[in-house]
Design a binder for this molecule. Structure first.
Ligand code: PHE
Length: 450
């Protein structure tokens, strides 16, 4: 059965697709705006803590489940625990992926608009206020953001119908290094700005008084979102891994690079925010207003900003591909659909909900649930609630329910050195106690139950 499945062809490919899924708007758009709203350094510190304490072990747990069963998130639990309620994890994952891709595509659509704006030199507008107005009138204009959302999903579609190896792996291999390079160039530019010091202090000096329950919940949600964790995306990808892939190594590299990109984004954004006297807590529009201001202050601004938004668009694409792949693998393996039909269904649902999210900055901005727009609600529900919930269940499953042999077999694969055994013990300890307890506590505090 496993042999009929598509597999990623090279080791670097495995790392590149996993990092490709993790690195995206979550690092470059969501991390800075969440950190900006939630107290900077304190948020970063908590975020790092969650990545290492919970993130890496849960990535390993998803990898173990995926490679062992060679299946999508729903089938995997059905195979490992037939007839048991664990199968619900699959549905939580599917629901999260639908919610996330809907609002994510809107922001990816903004990125596409900004490719063209960059190329036109932002129509000569250079002032912070002017760039703010430009963003505002675009995001609230309804049809343009909605159209871009659909166009973005079409690009997603074109890669997805071609299948896993041909599409995803190739894009990721080239993209990640390029993105990384350009981020470093911008970071250098930002660090030479007048208020660089203030910006770095905001990002790196934790003010513990700023830690409130909602900051803790937000930092945990960000860790899950940014690592593409808790919804079975990594289960699906690991089902395409071959036997030689080191799961722990891949998990470590993914988490490390993902955090690095987020921190780099922070290093780019905050010095500029303070230099231009902007508001760090501006929300989702933060990055789309700050970055153009940085670009306008660089030589060759049109070249750099256009290139940057192209790379950001591609990075979003490698992330949404992994979200859609969760649903497509499910529809193919559980519902017996062909690849094309499954892709049609997944992309159509995303387009319908995506357009609603796009409109929630314009005509639908009055539609509020718990005080949030549809866009905000989808993000909050998926990132802060469903992903950690999924992560908690996945860690409990691998920690307590899955046969230990399977864990050893996937993580040791024959090389029983003491170091490896210690690493496995640490991972199992987190999966059994640390991760579930942490997530539960954060829920109780963050949601005000406690
Ligand atoms: N981790 C991705 C990012 O940071 C978003 C994502 C979430 C991708 C969940 C897949 C699944 O942009």
């Amino acid at each position: 059965m496993r042999n009929d499945k598509a597999q990623f062809s090279t080791r670097i490919g495995v790392v590149a697709v996993t990092v490709g899924s993790a690195v995206g708007l979550g690092n470059i758009w969501r991390f800075p705006f969440e950190a900006g709203m939630h107290g900077g350094g304190a948020f970063l510190l908590l975020n790092l803590l969650f990545v290492f304490l919970i993130g890496i072990p849960v990535i390993c747990a998803e990898f173990i489940i995926g490679r062992n069963t060679g299946s999508n998130v729903r089938t995997a639990f059905r195979k490992l625990a037939p007839g048991e309620p664990w199968g619900a994890v699959g549905y939580i994952g599917l629901l999260s992926s639908v919610l996330i891709i809907s609002f994510y595509s809107v922001v990816a659509g903004w990125t596409m608009e900004y490719i063209f704006r960059s190329a036109s030199g932002f129509s000569g507008v250079h002032s912070v206020a002017g760039l703010h107005d430009q963003f505002d009138s675009f995001a609230t204009s309804d049809w343009r953001p909605a159209l871009w959302t659909v166009i973005f999903l079409l690009c997603n579609y074109l890669i997805l119908v071609r299948g896993v190896e041909k599409g995803i792996e190739k894009v990721s291999n080239v993209l990640m290094p390029a993105l990384f390079l350009i981020l470093i160039i911008f970071a250098v530019r930002s660090l030479t700005m007048p208020a660089a010091r203030e910006g770095l202090e905001f990002l790196f000096r934790p003010d513990f008084q700023k830690i409130t329950p909602s900051v803790v919940l937000g930092a945990m949600g960000q860790a899950f979102f940014s690592l593409s964790l808790g919804l079975g995306g990594l289960i699906t990808y690991a089902s395409y891994f071959n036997r030689r892939t080191s799961l722990v190594r891949t998990a470590g590299i993914t988490a490390g690079l993902d955090m690095l990109v987020a921190v780099l984004a922070g290093v780019i954004i905050f010095p500029a925010v303070f230099t231009f006297g902007m508001e760090p807590a501006a929300g989702p529009e933060l990055v789309f207003e700050v970055l153009p201001s940085i670009f306008c202050n660089m030589t060759g601004s049109i070249f750099w900003s256009t290139l940057f938004f192209i790379l950001l668009f591609l990075a979003s694409l490698t992330s949404t591909i992994s979200m859609s792949e969760i649903q497509i693998a499910y529809l193919m393996e559980e519902k017996g659909m062909g690849r094309r039909k499954a892709t049609n269904v997944a992309v159509l649902i995303a387009a319908g909900l995506g357009v609603l999210c796009a409109l929630s900055f314009g005509s639908l901005s009055g539609l509020r649930v718990f005080g949030m727009t549809l866009f905000g609600l989808f993000d909050y529900l998926a990132s802060n609630i469903l992903l950690p919930l999924g992560g908690m269940l996945i860690s409990l499953f691998v920690g307590w329910r899955l046969k230990r042999e399977i864990v050893d077999n996937e993580l040791l694969y024959g090389r029983k050195t003491i170091f490896r055994r210690m690493v496995i013990c640490a991972i199992m300890f987190s999966l059994r106690y640390v991760a579930p307890a942490c997530i539960l506590l954060v829920f109780l505090f963050g949601l005000g139950i406690f």
